[in-house]
Design a protein. Structure first.
Length: 139
DNA sequence: GCCAACGTTGGC
DNA sequence: GCCAACGTTGGC
């Protein structure tokens, strides 16, 4: 199963907001980047990803799971863009900061480092395991 | 608050 | 269809 990373500014949509949505989850709308959109179209129910706080915090703070596959965004007249629905699964015992990720040579190839502006990005199995370990989660 | 990197727009 | 100009994102 593929893994992902979702960025959100905590001032707009934070991890706590996500947790408050519970099992129903949130429609991850507002993405208007073709590559991020493509990534979401490739997702399947049950796939997990990291929840990352950009700007403030700059850290991976939790794990989310896809509960519904990609659906078109009603606010996009052309129907080009859409989103998946995500629910919070587990919080990291300790957040993994961008500085830590950058400091680790094994994580130097992460999209988060290479293309910091992409809002929905793939994470490799190795990176997934590494960041989970740094965050204090079980493998 | 600044600025680099990237994506998008629009003129040709 | 190309590419310069512009706007936005996000780290610092």
């Amino acid at each position: 199963m593929a893994h992902w990373l979702y960025k959100s500014e905590p001032g707009v949509w934070s991890w706590d907001d996500q947790v408050a949505k519970g099992e129903a989850g949130t429609y991850w709308d507002g993405v208007r980047n073709p590559l991020a959109n493509k990534n979401m179209k490739a997702m399947e129910v049950g796939e997990r990803g990291f929840f990352y706080h950009s700007n403030e915090g700059k850290a991976v703070v939790g794990v989310v799971e896809v509960v519904a596959t990609w659906a078109p965004d009603p606010n996009d007249a052309k129907g080009t863009y859409g989103a998946v629905t995500l629910k919070a699964v587990e919080k990291l015992p300790r957040p993994v900061t961008l500085a830590e990720i950058k400091a680790d040579p094994r994580l130097a190839e992460m999209v988060l480092v290479k293309n910091s502006r992409l809002s929905v990005q793939p994470v490799t199995d190795e990176e997934w395991a590494m960041v989970r370990a740094l965050g204090g989660l079980e493998p």
